[in-house]
Design a protein around this ligand. Structure first.
Ligand code: S3P
Length: 432
């Protein structure tokens, strides 16, 4: 088992570009494979999760070449996809599994979607139910989990209200909707990341988005759609940048610059949350690159105070709650996270993992059904287990640099699912 030992950092300095956005990289591959013509994505995240999407599309006959930070997909339209010879293995990647379910729902062949032990514990009925309503045959394993057996075919459009705000489920329905005849509409109770919509729009899909006064958002797509290949510039992943944002914002002697970070408004809840805690983050040189807003983030260290996070803010920072909990541990006063029960259905049960591990390193933390209550007061140190979850592993590596005694994180190979260069960059900004 790989472990990572992180000692307290005396100072934090540097200029880094964290790796490419995971969500956009998946979409470049999965949507590029459905389009006609070449799709290229510069800044592509070369990591286990996104390479799982590449492998699954290759298994259906799509020609894809990858290099360190670029991907080229030779799209020939969704009709060109072939029945895979073996089950499609997504590894740890929930995005691959759920988006591929939407693609397969409209394909006239059977396919199995499987993955690692973590993915086989995660809920899949949320994606199977709407795809069945569109006419696909989908079976799940015991407990409505993966593997999924999908037999696609002629789809009918639906209007579907998502019971939980999920960009993955929304995307699966839109990808199926592209292949149906007529208009498919997804209603999300509150906005979630909109990368699928942006890429589909760039590829020429007939897609509309409407904000409803209640706070909900409706997204409609008209099928059958013909998509054309595009060039995408993938920004640095704000979810990866978040680890360095918190490291710098909470350290007494810190100053770092994060280059080309994606600041899509459906992803910037972390900036608002840290801002409400008193963090000193300057958003500089905001611009648009390849259909996504990007900026340079300049962060200086300081003293944070507690905050409350809940409601419609949760989908805008859903992957950043582990590292926000670390920030809360160093802040003055109490932080409460509520309305975040979804965290129990991520790569691990993140509410349980965070509260157990924070307590193990000396933090006063209460686990709640839908969140956490953390009383700030500093991190001592100790040994924690990642539960095989990349974001838990990275949150506690950062906690180690901010602790008084250092932290050993067990089971850190999972970091490679989203951010293989994490340790190198952490050593770089904390080197004396
Ligand atoms: C993702 C959506 C989110 C997020 C995940 C990536 C995506 O999941 O947690 O890491 O790329 O669409 P949900 O949409 O299920 O909340």
């Amino acid at each position: 088992m790989t472990t990572l030992r992180v000692e307290p950092a005396a100072r934090v300095r540097g200029r880094v570009r964290v790796q490419g956005d995971k969500s956009i990289s998946h979409r470049a591959v999965l949507l590029g494979a459905l389009a006609e013509g070449e799709t290229t994505a510069r800044g592509f995240l070369h990591a286990d999760d996104t390479l799982a999407s590449v492998a699954c599309m290759r298994a259906m006959g799509v020609e894809i070449t990858t290099s360190d930070d670029e991907v080229r997909v030779a799209g020939r339209g969704y009709a060109s996809l072939r029945e895979p010879a073996a089950p499609l293995d997504v590894g740890n990647s929930g995005t691959s599994m759920r988006l591929l379910a939407g693609v397969l729902a409209g394909r006239p062949f059977p396919a199995t979607l499987t993955g690692d032990a973590s993915i086989r514990r995660r809920p899949m009925e949320r994606v199977a139910a709407p795809l069945r309503a569109m006419g696909a045959t989908i079976e799940t394993a015991t407990g409505r989990r993966a593997p999924l057996w999908v037999r696609g075919g002629d789809l009918r459009p639906i209007r579907y209200e998502l019971p939980v705000a999920s960009a993955q489920v929304k995307s699966a329905i839109l990808l199926a909707g592209l292949q149906a005849t007529g208009t498919t509409t997804v209603v999300e109770p509150e906005p979630t990341r909109d990368h699928t919509e942006r890429v589909l729009h760039a590829m020429g899909a007939d897609l509309t988005t409407r904000d409803v006064p209640s706070g909900a958002r409706e997204i409609s797509v008209r099928g059958p759609a013909r998509l054309r290949g595009v060039h995408l510039d993938v920004p640095a992943d704000i979810s990866s940048a978040a680890f360095f944002l918190v490291l710098a914002a909470t350290h007494p002697d810190a100053e770092i610059t994060l280059d080309a970070v994606g600041i899509n408004p459906t992803r910037t809840g972390i900036l608002d949350a840290l801002g409400s805690m008193g963090a000193r983050i300057d958003v500089q040189d905001a611009r648009e690159e390849g259909g996504e807003p990007v900026a340079t983030l300049f962060v200086r260290g300081g003293r944070l105070h507690g905050t409350e996070i809940g409601g419609a803010m949760i989908p805008l920072l859903v992957d950043e709650i582990p590292i926000l909990a670390v920030a809360a541990s160093l802040a003055e006063g109490e932080t409460v996270v509520r309305d975040a029960a979804e965290l129990r259905a991520k790569e691990s049960d993140r509410i349980a993992a965070m509260s157990r591990n924070l307590r193990a390193v000396g933090v006063d933390c209460e686990e709640r059904p839908d969140g956490l209550r953390i009383r700030g007061g500093g991190l001592r140190g100790g040994v924690v287990a990642s539960d095989g979850d990349h974001r838990i592993a990275m949150a506690f590596a950062i906690a180690g640099a901010l602790s008084s005694d250092g932290i050993t994180v067990e089971d850190t190979a999972c970091i490679d699912t989203s951010f293989p260069r994490f340790e190198t960059l952490l050593r770089h900004v904390t080197a004396q």
